[in-house]
Design a protein around this ligand. Structure first.
Ligand SMILES: [Zn+2]
Ligand SMILES: [Zn+2]
Length: 151
């Protein structure tokens, strides 16, 4: 593959989407999910039976947005296509880290050993230390407070 300016732009759009998604999902989690849509998100903070929980509608929403962007951008292979790819990449990382590594919805991994994976796991566990709407901490997945990086 030849490294053209178009490749460069594609990578930048994908990275932009990943960074944006972390910020956007942090804000949505803090202000909407722990706000007006708490009724839906609560299913993720209490123990639920079965494979799925009501909170998964958020995953479906983000997945749907990514598919729409990819389809809109497909004919011209423009920025919408790459943004859709970036959202998909973020969604996959979110699934592997949040749903599999942290919540063990699939039994793929044991306890993480690396500093970074431990930090985001502990930070998200701290987020789940409450079942209430208003006293949760640490709403991001990758961006977590420094104190979770132990020596
Ligand atoms: Zn939450
Ligand atoms: Zn969680």
């Amino acid at each position: 593959m030849v490294w053209t300016q178009n490749n460069m732009e594609a990578v930048l759009w994908i990275l932009a989407a990943v960074v944006f998604m972390e910020a956007f999902s942090w804000a949505i989690h803090k202000y909407i999910m722990h706000g007006v849509l708490w009724k839906i998100h609560k299913s993720h903070h209490v123990h639920t039976k079965g494979v799925f929980e009501l909170n998964d509608v958020f995953t479906a929403f983000f997945g749907g947005s990514a598919i729409v962007l990819i389809l809109l951008g497909l004919p011209a292979l423009d920025y919408r296509f790459w943004l859709g790819c970036g959202i998909t990449l973020y969604g996959m990382l979110y699934f592997v880290l949040h749903d599999v590594l942290i919540h063990k919805r699939l039994k793929w991994f044991g306890r993480p050993k690396g500093k970074f994976l431990r930090a985001i796991t502990d930070a998200h566990r701290a987020h789940h230390s409450t079942k209430e709407r208003d006293d949760a901490v640490s709403f991001g997945l990758f961006l977590v407070p420094k104190r979770f990086y132990r020596k």
